[in-house]
Write a protein that binds this ligand. Structure first.
Ligand code: ASP
Length: 343
């Protein structure tokens, strides 16, 4: 089995300078010296680093394209891919890549760590080695067990577009609030194959979508929000899409001005999707009177999608199909690759 390890940066690829104590990106030789187990198993591992390695706060859609391009160019030569990435924006990158690949038949596993690789108590080694094992896991029919974009951290494998960073302190940095784990790693790795996406069509080639429209915004409602704040966001010139973060089951203050501002934006062609501020559960517009205004204004339900998945999906569908707003809205209302449960 052959696995390609793509280094993008983040804590996992940092080492502490013995003299100054400061963290800096490791060169590949130093990294190999810290994780000799990479080359001791049955899986043949090769490494490609981003130049330079980046903190994940500095990543953007160009870097998502860069990651997808590395996978595409090496797709036939490897059985699986592991992307080492800072944890801060990993859920955005994993979501974005899940929308970029059509007909994926091989695993792409994101992982990172809370402590740098050279630190004694670091979680880096376990995360990398298990992610590699998952990326190289094939069944007896010769099919990848996890043929989707996934995220592994601290014993749990999640669908990439369902994961959210929840903890800046603990090793268990992520959770998938609205979808079960795809696998759990203890002494053995136990896969829940019912929850894993079906493999693509091996006879068809991989297709990569690489257009993103970044003219989007997140508008988070709060008690006491003023018309000026809402207007400032909705009147951004050239705005194409808004993630509207609402209360509970998708509720919003029932001010007439809010309805009018949203309606006017929708009429100008801005796509607005309702995302609850709750981590668990789904938007259910119309359940309470206070969400009826949103429905009437033309706001679409985001169901139980994460903010990371919704934002990147919006960039993706606007980038690919922005001329056809009916199609864009339809795509935002249905699951493209397991990112939402449309009930
Ligand atoms: N700031 C780092 C990053 O996201 C944190 C980490 O890697 O966990 O790149």
């Amino acid at each position: 089995m052959r696995v390609l390890l793509l280094f993008t940066g983040g804590t996992i690829s940092m080492v502490r300078d013995a003299e100054t104590g400061a963290l800096h990106p490791a060169d590949m030789q130093t990294f190999k010296a810290f994780v000799p187990e990479l080359f001791a198993g049955d899986v043949q591992v090769e490494m490609i680093p981003f130049e330079p390695l980046l903190d994940s706060s500095d990543l953007n859609p160009d870097n998502w394209r860069q990651m997808a391009c590395v996978v595409q160019e090496n797709y036939d030569a490897y059985d699986g891919f592991v992307i080492l990435h800072g944890t801060d924006t990993m859920a955005y990158s994993a979501s974005a890549l899940s929308f970029m690949f059509d007909n994926l038949c091989k695993p792409i596993v994101f992982t990172g760590s809370q402590l740098p690789v050279g630190v004694l108590r670091s979680d880096a080694k376990e995360n990398i080695l298990t992610a590699i094992e998952i990326a190289a896991a094939y069944d007896t029919d010769g099919n990848a067990i996890v043929p989707e974009v996934a995220l592994y951290m601290d014993g749990e494998l999640y669908r990439g577009n369902r994961a959210t960073k929840r903890n800046a302190e603990h090793f268990s940095a992520f959770n998938s609030y609205n979808y079960p784990a795809l696998a759990r790693a203890g002494v053995h790795i136990t896969y829940d194959r019912q929850q894993i996406r079906p493999i693509g069509n091996i006879a068809r080639p991989l297709h990569v979508f690489n257009r993103f429209d970044t003219r989007v915004a997140i508008l988070k409602l709060f008690p006491g929000i003023t018309e000026d704040v809402v207007a400032a966001v909705l009147n951004i010139p050239d705005l194409r899409g808004v993630v509207l973060e609402t209360f509970g089951a998708g509720n919003a203050p029932s001010h007439e001005w809010l309805y009018k501002r949203l309606r006017a934006a929708v009429e100008r062609g801005v796509v607005i999707v309702n995302k609850t501020q709750c981590n668990t559960g789904s938007v259910s517009m119309g359940q309470y009177a206070v969400s009826l205004n949103l429905l009437k204004a033309g706001v679409i339900s985001g169901y139980d999608i994460t903010t990371e998945a919704l934002l990147t999906k919006m960039m993706h569908v606007l980038g690919e199909y922005g001329e056809d707003l009916v199609k864009v809205k339809k795509m935002l209302s249905v699951s493209l690759c397991g990112e939402l449960t449309n009930v």
